[in-house]
Design a protein around this ligand. Structure first.
Ligand SMILES: [Zn+2]
Length: 334
């Protein structure tokens, strides 16, 4: 009866035996005295991440709504949202609109993060709506109390350039946009490179691009980074983006970077940053979060692997909307 009472009282699985004799009976004892059979709590479980798949499927047919001006975070205005770019149709592949690609990749990242216990919020729940405006997306990061916001895009640049890059806000407009955002961008760069994805050959420095013109980043009060997975106008990048295997690698790389960054940035330290309790930094020096510099070299070694992406066989992209009338800009983020 006493045993029953004890069992009823504990939550199950995390029993701490008060009686020393009891621990002898289960042969799994590791060390005497402080028996702690349960694994250490995950540093990422319960953490909150806002994923922001760029653009939206309804933007192209609702231009008046998405052309509305919203604050850009630096005293000017920008369009509420844009249509994004698209791959070009050829004999093998249908055109793949950026908004559809972004959404599919974000959904995969969501699943990967949730499998580790991360709480994932999305700036849009489907690929059929309009907007939301970029300022609204940035506000959501604080509204959902996100540890970080990661925007997912694909670029539309000159066909010769390829590879991914990560944008962050510079100069930072608050503490969260300082070192935490730079280290987030760096973690994403490193993890995507480790996944064998090619670092941009046409923009940024070693895959990192400091930007002052991206409203979503400018307006974020939480650490934020924007992933341009590749250049939709480049053939190799298009092949990778148009295949499920290729998309899976983008998702794996992004998820790994987020998990790594969460592991190295406690919720407590991030709360201190967003509440302004740490020194606000305008210099980037603090951004060299130890590993950021150390891992830079690894980026080149990944190149050899990446060619496997392009060898994947033909598969029709699940392009939902054929209304890919969008114009191409050098950068598809706003
Ligand atoms: Zn975009």
């Amino acid at each position: 009866m006493l045993v029953a009472a004890l069992l009823a009282g504990c939550g199950g699985g995390d029993a701490v035996d008060p009686a020393p004799a009891a621990s002898v009976s289960d042969g799994a004892s590791v060390a005497d005295g402080s028996v702690e059979p349960t694994p250490a709590p995950s540093p990422v479980a319960g953490r909150i991440v806002l994923l922001d798949p760029g653009h939206n499927g309804g933007n192209a047919t609702n231009t008046s709504a998405i052309n509305k001006k919203v604050p850009d975070g630096r005293g000017g205005t920008k369009a509420c949202n844009t249509t994004g770019t698209t791959t070009d149709e050829d004999d093998e592949y249908l055109a793949l609109p950026e908004h559809a690609f972004n959404f599919v990749v974000a959904e995969s990242v969501k699943g990967l993060l949730e499998s580790k216990g991360v709480v994932v919020k999305m700036t849009r729940e489907d690929d059929k709506g309009i907007g939301p405006c970029v300022d609204k997306r940035a506000e959501m990061a604080a509204e959902v109390n996100a540890d970080a916001m990661i925007s997912i895009h694909a670029d539309g640049a000159a066909a010769s350039g390829h590879g991914f890059h990560i944008a962050y806000s510079k100069p930072p407009l608050n503490a969260a946009q300082g070192p935490p955002s730079v280290s987030l961008a760096t973690a994403l760069r490193d993890s995507m490179s480790a996944e064998g994805l090619i670092i941009s050959t046409y923009i940024g420095k070693q895959g990192l691009s400091a930007r002052d013109d991206l409203a979503g980043l400018n307006l974020s009060k939480r650490p934020a980074a924007l992933v341009e997975c590749g250049n939709m106008k480049n053939h190799d990048d298009k092949v990778a983006m148009s295949n499920p295997q290729g998309r899976a690698r983008f998702a794996e790389g992004i998820a790994a970077g987020i998990l790594d960054w969460l592991t190295h940035n406690s919720a407590q330290s991030l709360r201190a940053v967003s509440s302004g309790k740490t020194k606000s930094t305008t210099s980037e020096s603090a951004s060299s979060s130890t590993k950021s510099t150390a891992t830079t070299k690894s980026t080149t070694t990944a190149k050899s692997k990446s060619s496997s992406t392009t060898s994947t066989t033909k598969s029709t992209p699940k392009s939902t909307s054929s209304s890919s009338t969008s114009t191409t800009k050098s950068s598809t983020a706003n």
